[in-house]
Design a protein around this ligand. Structure first.
Ligand code: GAR
Length: 206
């Protein structure tokens, strides 16, 4: 007899390499994420390696390009339509490097989470993404940085914080070495933990 546990349907939005997506897939396999299931991966960049990771793990995926739509709202609506087909309950931005408008945010209010590679409120907001975040942290001379998982609202990187983890900066760090360490020691740990935490909360509300 098979018992099917109730799980929330998770969609992951990506733009690049997808190491955070991989951390989520691994966490699902390892039983760190039990209350959510990744059912769809959507990329806004053609050929993003994250799509390959989804395919390798039997997860449905799609590419939605902004240039194929007349406006930001139409682009976002195409993603929302896909999400409705998959009955998505929770949206995870995992290296999704496009800012979403209120049209999308209101459609999934309190159901969108993002991972950012700094300790918010430092080095965040418009223009702070990827390597740039680490360049700025090193330029400023902070001794500690880290990663944050937060809910997404209309203010870039301004939503309620779910989890944070600090990472010490080393004297000889480069933006690249720091990015790798922040991912390994912080992002790949707290993103799966946050997905489990929020999935559990959503299940309790159902
Ligand atoms: C990650 O470091 C993520 O925190 C960052 O982009 C990288 C994506 O890597 N996101 C932002 O900077 C958002 N503001 P990945 O594609 O290997 O997961």
């Amino acid at each position: 007899m098979s018992s099917t546990k109730k799980q929330v349907n998770v969609a992951v939005l990506v733009s690049g390499g997808g190491t955070n997506l991989q951390a989520l897939i691994d966490a699902q396999k390892a039983g760190v994420i039990t209350d959510g299931k990744i059912v769809l991966v959507v990329s806004n960049k053609q050929g993003a390696y994250a799509l390959q990771r989804a395919q390798d793990n039997g997860i449905d995926c799609a590419t939605v390009l902004k240039k194929d739509y007349a406006s930001q709202v139409e682009f976002e609506q195409a993603i929302i339509n896909l999400f409705q087909d998959y009955s998505i309950d929770l949206v995870v931005l995992a290296g999704f490097l496009s800012i979403l408008s209120p049209h999308f945010i209101n459609a999934y209010s309190n159901r969108i989470i993002n991972v950012h590679p700094s300790l918010i409120p430092s080095f965040c907001g418009k223009g702070y993404y990827g390597l740039k975040v680490h360049e700025e942290a090193l330029k400023y001379g902070v001794k500690v940085t880290g990663a944050t998982v937060h809910f997404v609202n209309e203010i870039p990187d301004g939503g309620q914080i779910i989890l944070q983890k600090a990472v010490a900066i080393r004297p000889n760090d480069t933006p690249q070495s720091l990015q790798q360490r922040v991912m390994k020691l912080a992002e790949w740990k707290i993103l799966p933990q946050a997905v489990q935490k929020v999935s559990k909360q959503i299940l309790q509300q159902k």
